[in-house]
Design a binder for this molecule. Structure first.
Ligand code: RRO
Length: 342
């Protein structure tokens, strides 16, 4: 099925500027389609008091303005991360702001947090046909913006992801700084309903690792439930208008695995992990799950491999469960650290 997608729809879309392809999909995405991709109970995932139907989520950024929920809901995802949404409308960076590295199944974006703003986002959300669980990703230039948006979105869904790690705006990583994060986490924890994740950058050096370990400690202290690792990796890229962007896809897969391992090591099993970055197939997903991720998120692989990727990953995980003698997904999550503790 992927081959058909690659030879037809992808071949056509890849002739356009990357953002144009996305705009075309958006036009057709206001309606659901029949879902052919069924879930099995073995793939259910527990997130505190909630249950997701399967562990394959769509990462933030694909549907920033909540305009495509109806279609995306039909593709078999266990959940969709919608956003990131800002309080105010924002245009983002000038175009061109996406470049594909086709040979490496990767890409760089420098969207710059374009957003319709929270009021239009809520309207779009409420107009959608929702058939799977929704996480909402929020961002803010200031503490007040973050908090104001949190107060609104927590009424829409129990699952909120705080985006601390946008590589493409001046303030995108402000709250990943440990002192700023402490203030944000303390405020949010007082208002908290439901589940909160924070999304972090990939760890590339010792300083990043030390900062992330502090974030992990603060999450535990302020009752933040989990971490999504990782956002796109900040890189320089001349063909993008602003000269820099966030790298995603296969080229960041190992950074993702290392970051997941580091968080797992310091979380004392108190945090729920979502693995995001370069997951293209069920083997990739399984590696992240065994290290301790409860769910996996895809985005770049959806563009390269098409909408069947969700079903393929789910079917492949089911095969790997049986092959390796696991009864269900819950037995797989963090299996590697369970082994080393024996
Ligand atoms: O909009 C973006 O430029 C963007 C965001 Br908010 C993010 O979190 N990650 C990314 O790669 N791009």
């Amino acid at each position: 099925m992927n081959k058909i997608y690659e030879k037809t729809i992808r071949a056509l879309f890849f002739k356009f500027d990357p953002e144009k392809g996305h705009e075309i999909v958006k036009k057709f995405a206001r309606f659901p389609i029949p879902t052919f991709c069924r879930d099995t109970t073995e793939l259910n995932v527990r997130i505190k008091n909630y249950k997701l139907r399967n562990p394959v989520g769509l990462a933030a950024g694909f549907d920033k303005d909540a305009k495509m929920i109806s279609l995306l809901s039909s593709l078999g995802f266990g959940y969709l991360v919608i956003g990131s949404v800002l309080k105010q409308e924002s245009m983002g960076n000038p175009k061109p702001r996406i470049v594909r590295y086709e040979n490496e199944q990767s890409m760089v974006n420098s969207m710059g947090l374009p957003s319709v703003g929270i009021d239009k986002f809520v309207k779009n959300y409420l107009d959608s046909i929702i058939r799977t669980d929704i996480f909402i990703s929020i961002a803010g230039n200031t503490l007040k913006e973050f908090i104001d948006v949190y107060k609104i979105v927590k009424k829409l869904t129990p699952f909120i992801e705080l985006n601390l790690s946008c590589p493409n705006t001046e303030n995108g990583r402000l709250f990943q700084d440990a002192d700023n994060f402490e203030t944000l986490a303390e405020y949010v924890s007082k208002l908290k309903d439901g589940i909160i994740f924070v999304k972090v950058s990939p760890v590339i050096n010792r300083k990043d690792a030390e900062n992330l370990i502090t974030i992990v400690e603060l999450c535990k202290k302020f009752n933040i439930d989990g971490i999504t690792a990782v956002n796109a990796l900040p890189v320089k890229e001349k063909s993008i208008s602003v000269g820099y962007g966030g790298l995603s896809g296969k080229k960041i897969f190992n950074f993702m695995l290392n970051t997941i391992s580091l968080i797992k090591e310091y979380s004392n099993d108190k945090l729920i992990l979502n693995a995001c970055g370069g997951i293209f197939n069920s083997e990739d997903a399984f590696k992240a799950l065994i290290l301790g991720a409860s769910t996996v998120q895809v985005y770049t692989s959806l563009i390269y491999k098409g909408p069947c990727i969700t079903c393929e990953i789910k079917k492949g995980i089911n095969v790997l469960l049986k092959k390796n003698g696991f009864k269900n997904l819950e037995e797989v999550i963090g299996y590697k650290s369970k082994l080393s503790n024996k």
